[in-house]
Write a protein that binds this ligand. Structure first.
Ligand SMILES: Nc1ncnc2c1ncn2[C@@H]1O[C@H](COP(=O)(O)OP(=O)(O)O)[C@@H](O)[C@H]1O
Ligand SMILES: [Mg+2]
Length: 351
């Protein structure tokens, strides 16, 4: 595990729990996320729709609306700074919640400056009423302490870097004047304009068609390397992760259930869910006639989860203990840093 004292760790998440209070009850969207990210590294977060990927990303940006959202516990440390730090402390018979998270004004400096984010649908994060130039320039002015002229120069430079033709003229255009792929390029330009240490991309190419998708991923890979930004790439598509990430975290029902370097996920997966996820996608590295197996059943209702592992109803390996207790995310053999939360992991066949 990465050392928390600093070293190469950029981001450390410990036991994060993010809940939503709804009329139907408490939605435990994130109920046990543990992960870390080193400087310069790209981490892929994968999992089915509803597994808590976006809520994890929004928690890192502290963009969870409170209420109905709530940080019920855990820590998010960014370069050691507690973006979220919520603990329960026992005083006599009373359990008190102690919140040592940084203030909103401290958070505002980090958000959009040290951490940039790209969303699936750029239209929701771009302001339709402001020109692209103004949106980039304002971000740059706010976070980099430069004047207007310099900020607009930076905006031009960034549009050129993301491959938008006639960059200088296009500064005057509004979001609707760009195609979907071009809008996503603009989002990348904004997110990287402040030279962030961390770039979070939440399904950045899901809404785009396949060829544009590949171009955008290439662009992200090239620019994050050039800018030296670490990347969290969120996707439901393991294929996207394969070409981009060094490490992968697999999420299920609000938990990270397995994490490892890319090859260990693809060739030595230990969690039955990761296995089933791998069998459900086409693989270029396996024979063409390999049958695809969609994962049977559906994800659990986050309102009615019991104490055990949420994957039990769909799991071929389930034991009685799995219904009673959620297993911890513990080391499992192989090369270092391979962790899985499973009482009965998949046994590897001897070669
Ligand atoms: N504002 C909210 N209020 C209530 N439930 C929410 C809210 N935001 C997210 N959720 C729930 O949290 C769960 C995880 O959502 P999300 O993180 O968006 O999943 P993913 O990004 O993996 O598809 C879902 O069940 C979703 O309905
Ligand atoms: Mg999502």
């Amino acid at each position: 595990m990465a050392d928390e004292a600093g070293g190469d760790t950029l981001l450390q998440i410990e036991n994060l729990r993010t809940y939503f209070h709804t009329h139907a009850g408490i939605v435990r969207a994130v109920q046990g996320v543990n992960l870390h990210l080193d400087k310069g590294e790209t981490l892929g977060i994968v999992g089915e729709s509803g597994s808590g990927k976006s809520v994890t990303a929004l928690s890192i940006m502290r963009l969870i609306p409170q209420p109905p959202g709530e940080f019920a516990g855990g820590r998010i440390l960014f370069r050691g700074t507690p973006i979220v730090d919520v603990r329960e402390e026992k005083r006599g018979n009373e359990i008190r919640r102690v919140d040592k998270s940084i203030s909103e004004s401290q958070m505002r400096r980090i958000r959009g400056g040290d951490i940039g984010m790209i969303f699936q649908d750029p239209m929701t994060s771009l302001n339709p009423l402001l020109t692209i130039g103004r949106q980039i320039a304002e971000t740059v002015q706010e976070h980099m302490g430069v004047g207007r002229k310099e900020a607009y120069d930076r905006a031009t430079e960034m549009l050129m870097k993301v491959g938008i033709p006639s960059a200088k003229q296009r500064l005057k255009d509004f979001p609707f004047q760009f195609s979907g792929g071009m809008r996503q390029r603009v989002m990348i330009a904004i997110a990287l304009s402040t030279n962030p240490d961390l770039l979070i991309a939440d399904e950045p190419t899901t809404a785009l068609d396949v060829t544009i998708q590949a171009q955008i991923l290439d662009l992200m890979r090239g620019l994050s390397a050039e800018f030296g930004s670490s990347v969290i790439l969120i996707t439901h598509d393991l294929g996207v992760v394969a070409g981009m990430a060094q490490r992968v975290a697999v999420m299920y029902a609000g938990y990270v259930v397995e994490t490892a370097v890319l090859d260990d996920i693809f060739y030595h997966a230990q969690h039955p869910y990761t296995h089933m996820l791998l069998q459900s996608i086409p693989r270029l590295d396996l024979p063409r006639d390999q049958p695809l197996h969609p994962i049977p059943g559906s994800p659990p209702d986050l309102l009615t989860l019991g104490p055990g592992c949420p994957f039990v109803p769909r799991c071929p390996n389930a034991l009685p203990i799995c219904r009673q207790q959620m297993p911890p995310l513990d080391p499992v053999g192989g090369s270092g840093g391979h962790l899985a939360a499973c009482w009965n992991p998949v046994k590897e066949k001897a070669a």
